[in-house]
Design a binder for this molecule. Structure first.
Ligand code: UGA
Length: 462
C-alpha cells in the first residue's frame, strides 16, 4: 500500500524554495542597485573631469582678456571662461609671453600684489621699459576688489598677465618658477593698513609672515636660477623711534602695531634667508604712498570720498593734544622710481638648490618724501582741490597702532641708486583728485580744471 505523501516534507521543500527565491531576488536587487550606483558615479566623475578641463577653478588663475576695455567704470571681471588648468598650453603661453623681456638683457620680474596700488604702477613701468613682468595677486576683498580688477584690466592692455593665486600656494609658485627663469621678484603682496591689524590680526601673519616665507622657500630651494628679491617693508618699523628724520641706522625694535611688527619680522626673515641660502634681498621702507589708482583704505582716499559726499571726517591730533599728526606722504611715481632703482642695482643671488655658494647682498632703504605734512594740511589741500569744505572732527589719536609722525632720511637710496623724490603733496594730490573724479564718474567740481578731459588710463602716471 502506497504510503500517503509526506506533506510535511513537501511543505518544507516549498518553503525552502520560496526562501531561496526571496534571497535571489534580494541579491539581484542589490546587485542591480550597486551597478546603477557605480554607473552613476562613473558618469558623474566623467562629467566633473570634462567640466574641470574646460572650466578650471576661478581661484587657480584667471586670464586677462587682451581685448577687454580698460575703462574702469565697467568694473568688468576678467575671469575667463575659456581658461584651462595650470599645465595647459594656453596658460603657459600667457605666462611666458608676459614674463619674457623685449630684449635678452632685460629683467624678467615676478610682481606679487600686481593688482595692488604700488604693484600695478611698478608692473606698468617695468613693462614700458621692456622688461618681462608676470603678476600674481589673490584679489582679496580687504578693499573693493573691483578696483583691483580695473587695475588688472589696465595692465592687460599692456600685455601684462596676472595669475590669480596666493603667495602661500607653494605648488603654484613652483609651477611659475618651473615655467620661467625669473631674474627678480618684486614682492609687494601684503596685508597693508596699520589700524586694521587690531581687527584682523591673523591676516597679517598669513600674508606678511607665512606668505613671505613661502615665497622665500621657493626662491631659495626650487627656483633655478635663484632670483634677486626686492620687497616692501614699511616706515612703520620705526615705531616709537624719536630720532628725526628716520635713518636706516635708527632703532626698529619698538613697533607700535602688529602690522609694523610683521614688517619688522619680514626684515629679520630676509636676513635669515640671505644668510643661509645666499638670496640677494632688498627691503624698501615705504612712507605713506599715495596717488592715482590708490588704496581706498588710506586716509587721503576716504577723506576725499567723505568730503565729496558731505560726511564728517576724523582728523587725529597727537595724544598729548599739543600737536598735529604728520606723515611723510610720498607720491607713487617717486616710489616706482625707487623700486626700479632697487631692482636695477640688486646683485645676483649666490645659491642654488637650497645651497649657498657665497655671501649675497642684503639691503634696506627708506623710500620717503623727506618732507612731513600735518594731516590737517592734507585736508586743507583736498578742500581746495575739491571745492568743498570738510566737516572735521579733530580728536586725540586713539591707541590704535598709529605713530605721531614719520619723516624719511633717503640719503642711502639717493647714494646707491639716485632716488630723489620730486613731487610735493599739493602736486601729487592734484593728480590723485583728477584720477578720482574721472574713475568714479563724479561731476567735475574740482577747481582750476583739475578734472578735465583725459581718459583715466592716461591720468595714471605710469
Ligand atoms: O608708510 C607706511 O608705513 C604705511 O603708510 C600707510 O599707513 P598710514 O601712514 O597710517 O596712512 P593712512 O592710514 O593713510 O593715515 C595717514 C594719516 O592720517 C591719519 N588719520 C587716519 C585715519 C583717520 O580717520 N584720521 C586720521 O587723521 C593717520 O593717523 C595718519 O597720520 C599705509 O596704510 C601702510 O600700509 C603703510 O605701510
Amino acid at each position: 500500500m502506497a504510503s500517503p505523501p509526506d506533506t510535511s516534507k513537501t511543505t518544507k521543500l516549498e518553503r525552502y524554495n520560496s526562501y531561496l527565491r526571496r534571497i535571489n531576488t534580494a541579491r539581484l536587487l542589490t546587485l542591480s542597485s550597486q551597478l546603477l550606483f557605480r554607473t552613476t558615479l562613473l558618469a558623474a566623475l566623467l562629467l566633473i573631469l570634462l567640466f574641470t578641463l574646460h572650466h578650471p577653478p576661478l581661484s587657480s588663475f584667471s586670464l586677462s582678456s587682451s581685448s577687454s576695455s580698460s575703462f574702469p567704470h565697467s568694473h568688468r571681471s576678467l575671469l575667463s571662461s575659456s581658461s584651462s588648468s595650470l599645465s595647459s598650453p594656453s596658460f603657459q603661453r600667457q605666462v611666458l609671453h608676459s614674463a619674457t623681456p623685449r630684449n635678452p638683457s632685460g629683467l624678467s620680474v615676478l610682481v606679487t600684489g600686481a593688482a595692488g596700488f604700488v604693484g600695478s604702477h611698478c608692473s606698468l613701468a617695468l613693462k614700458k621699459r621692456g622688461d618681462g613682468v608676470l603678476g600674481l595677486d589673490n584679489f582679496n576683498s580687504y578693499y573693493d576688489p573691483s578696483l583691483k580688477r580695473s587695475r588688472q584690466s589696465l595692465l592687460s592692455k599692456h600685455s601684462i598677465f596676472i595669475v590669480d593665486g596666493d603667495i602661500n600656494d607653494s605648488s603654484l609658485l613652483k609651477t611659475l618658477f618651473d615655467l620661467t627663469p625669473f631674474t627678480h621678484i618684486l614682492h609687494l603682496a601684503a596685508q597693508a593698513g596699520v589700524r586694521y591689524a587690531m581687527r584682523n590680526p591673523q591676516s597679517y601673519i598669513s600674508s606678511n609672515i607665512a606668505g613671505f616665507v613661502s615665497l622665500l622657500e621657493v626662491a631659495a630651494k626650487s627656483a633655478d636660477p635663484q632670483p634677486s628679491i626686492v620687497w616692501a617693508s614699511s616706515s612703520s618699523v620705526y615705531g616709537l623711534n624719536d630720532e628725526n628724520p628716520f635713518s636706516e641706522l635708527h632703532r626698529t625694535d619698538r613697533p607700535a602695531s602688529l602690522y609694523a611688527a610683521t614688517k619688522k619680522a619680514g626684515e629679520e626673515i630676509a636676513h635669515t634667508y640671505n644668510h643661509i641660502y645666499g638670496l640677494s634681498i632688498t627691503g624698501l621702507r615705504f612712507f605713506t604712498v599715495y596717488g592715482p589708482w590708490g588704496r581706498p583704505d588710506m586716509a587721503y582716499f576716504f577723506f576725499t570720498k567723505s568730503i565729496l559726499s558731505g560726511k564728517p571726517i576724523t582728523v587725529f591730533k597727537t595724544q598729548d593734544g599739543a600737536g598735529e599728526v604728520a606723515r611723510d606722504f610720498t607720491y607713487i611715481d617717486d616710489v616706482v622710481k625707487g623700486c626700479l632703482g632697487a631692482l636695477d642695482t640688486a646683485e645676483k643671488s649666490t645659491g642654488s638648490g637650497g645651497k649657498k655658494k657665497g655671501p649675497a647682498q642684503l639691503r634696506i632703504y627708506n623710500l620717503g618724501n623727506t618732507s612731513p605734512v600735518p594731516v590737517g594740511k592734507l585736508v586743507g589741500i583736498l578742500e581746495g582741490l575739491l571745492g568743498v569744505k570738510a566737516k572735521k572732527n579733530v580728536v586725540k589719536m586713539p591707541s590704535n597702532g598709529d605713530v605721531p609722525y614719520t619723516h624719511a632720511n633717503v640719503s642711502l637710496a639717493e647714494h646707491d641708486f639716485g632716488y630723489r623724490p620730486t613731487t610735493d603733496l599739493a602736486a601729487g594730490l592734484r593728480k590723485f583728485v583728477k584720477w578720482y573724479v574721472q574713475y568714479y564718474g563724479i561731476k567735475n567740481k574740482v577747481q582750476g580744471g583739475v578734472g578735465g578731459g583725459k581718459d583715466v588710463s592716461e591720468v595714471a602716471s605710469v
